[in-house]
Ligand binder design. Structure first.
Ligand SMILES: [Zn+2]
Length: 335
């Protein structure tokens, strides 16, 4: 398998996001202020109706205690009110609240960033760049780039491994919907879901036992109680290290559930994903599929988080910028 530029970039990006994950948890713990109440569309329009209000909110999220220089960490800074920027008195670096973040050098009003972030957080099945284009009166290219940056910030890195009762299933997305076509032009997505817990959707290079085995190893705890799958030939070998009785299967040609043995909760996540891909994004390229999967998983796993909007903003100001040229770089895809 060739490691395409896109994948290489993604790995580098994930490493950086790993560090960000720790800072994120500290920031969540520290910060207070006007973002500590749940929001709805009306309150967002009121609280963040101007770029100045958005800038103040971002400052509180990025620097909950004291504004410090991103270059030298010095707290001795002077605010330049006219430009909404800061000068570092120590190293003379000039910066703003968006410097070095996902919003770095953005030409879009901050209000648009806030509103689109809210719309993406609230749209269970995702929202297409075309829809954002129409809603906000911006070009398709701008909308597409904006959505991808918000999506990239949502990436959950090094999440905890799934435990307890875990369901695993595979599905195929994309390609042409022709009955006689082989599945080879479709992308394999492995779904893993802990009952009453989190979901993972992982794009696999194929649906072979060895591939699925590695994915399970990376995402499921070694102390998992029981794993439920259908009777596909993939799983016995992929799960052969489980203790006796640790793998239960359901024969889907006969029944959907046998007592509590079923894969219904992971399948319901698949159906949400497919409604998103068919209904919202229309055509997801193999290259960008992992990013869409991450967005879907992030929203799904935060479905009870009342502060999803705030937390996504924090992720945006903690994430390094995702340059347009990196996003559009041609990749040798592993599909
Ligand atoms: Zn400095």
């Amino acid at each position: 398998m060739l490691l395409g530029m896109g994948q290489h970039f993604r790995m580098e990006y994930m490493l950086r996001q790993f560090v960000i994950g720790h800072v994120f948890r500290v920031l969540l713990f520290l910060h207070g202020g006007p973002m500590n109440t749940p929001v709805n569309l009306m309150s967002i329009l009121g609280k963040f109706g101007t770029d100045d209000k958005c800038r103040t909110a971002l400052e509180q999220l990025r620097w909950p205690k004291k504004i410090t220089c991103p270059k030298c960490d010095s707290p001795k800074i002077s605010r330049v009110y006219e430009r909404g920027t800061f000068d570092c008195d120590n190293c003379r670096y000039q910066f703003s609240v968006t410097s070095g973040t996902m919003l770095h050098d953005t030409h879009l009003p901050l209000t648009v960033w806030f509103y689109v972030t809210y719309v993406i957080c609230e749209s269970k099945k995702g929202v297409s760049a075309n829809q954002i284009k129409r809603m906000f009166g911006i070009s398709y290219k701008t909308a597409w780039y904006l959505c991808h940056r918000i999506r990239a910030a949502m990436l959950e890195v090094a999440p905890e491994k799934l435990d307890g009762t875990v369901e695993i299933d595979e599905t195929y997305v994309g390609g042409k919907a022709r009955r006689w076509r082989p599945r080879s032009d479709k992308a394999v997505v492995i779904g893993i879901r802990q009952r009453n817990g989190d979901l993972r959707l992982i794009r696999a290079k194929d649906a072979k036992s060895a591939t699925v085995r590695e994915i399970i190893k990376a995402n499921v705890s070694g102390h998992v109680e029981v794993i439920m799958t259908d009777e596909s030939a993939i799983y016995p070998w992929a799960l052969k290290n489980l203790p006796h009785g640790g793998h239960k299967t359901i024969n889907h040609t006969r029944e959907y559930a046998h007592g509590d043995v079923h894969t219904n909760t992971v399948e319901s996540a698949f159906s949400l994903l497919k409604r998103g891909i068919v209904g919202t994004w229309h055509k997801v390229s193999a290259k960008h599929l992992p990013a869409y999967l991450d967005e879907m998983v992030f929203r799904f796993n935060n479905r009870r988080n009342q502060f999803l909007f705030r937390d996504t903003l924090i992720k945006l100001i903690l994430s390094p910028n995702l340059e347009y040229k990196n996003l559009t770089a041609k990749v040798q895809d592993a599909a």
